[in-house]
Design a protein. Sequence first.
Length: 197
Amino acid sequence: MASGTRLILASGSPRRIALLRAAGVAFESVDSGIDEVRRPGENVRDYAVRMAREKALSVSQSCPEACVLAADTVVECYGQILLKPQGPDDARRMLLTLSGKTHTVVTAFAVARGGNIVEAQPVLSQVTFRHLGLDEIDAYISTGEPLDKAGAYGIQGAGAGFISRVEGSRDNVMGLPVRDVLDALRRHGIEVPAARG
């Protein structure tokens, strides 16, 4: 692939945009518009990978000359898959589920070119929450921060105060495993800076 290839991030996520921008990558963002619906019985890795692939393909089909990057983040805790909460009550349920436990954050990313997927993989991180009180959960929900995030918390915001340990990439928990993504983009001919860390 020739250098100077246009890179599109198939996402309107402020967190993914900020992470990729902080890595020094030149790109534009286009929201894929894909409906994120989990199929019955679909496991967390398969769901995240399928969503990332569908997002990348949707944009790649309309921009076949570009390299398209997409990602999807899902939280799993003891077999429960936690997507974005449907409202404050759902966010409260999720945070109570995570309280005092270790959960898995899966961010899958996919790279597409010419309407075809050229690479897709899931990246996993383990996150442990301290025990949370109902008052602090409700105070957090009142900020609105958890309402657009898988698992109802943001590691880059006030939700960081709930976390006692992270094993694996913190960027992955935020929604984009930067080191893995930069490596993949290099493999497909995109000029990117050296990975951090």
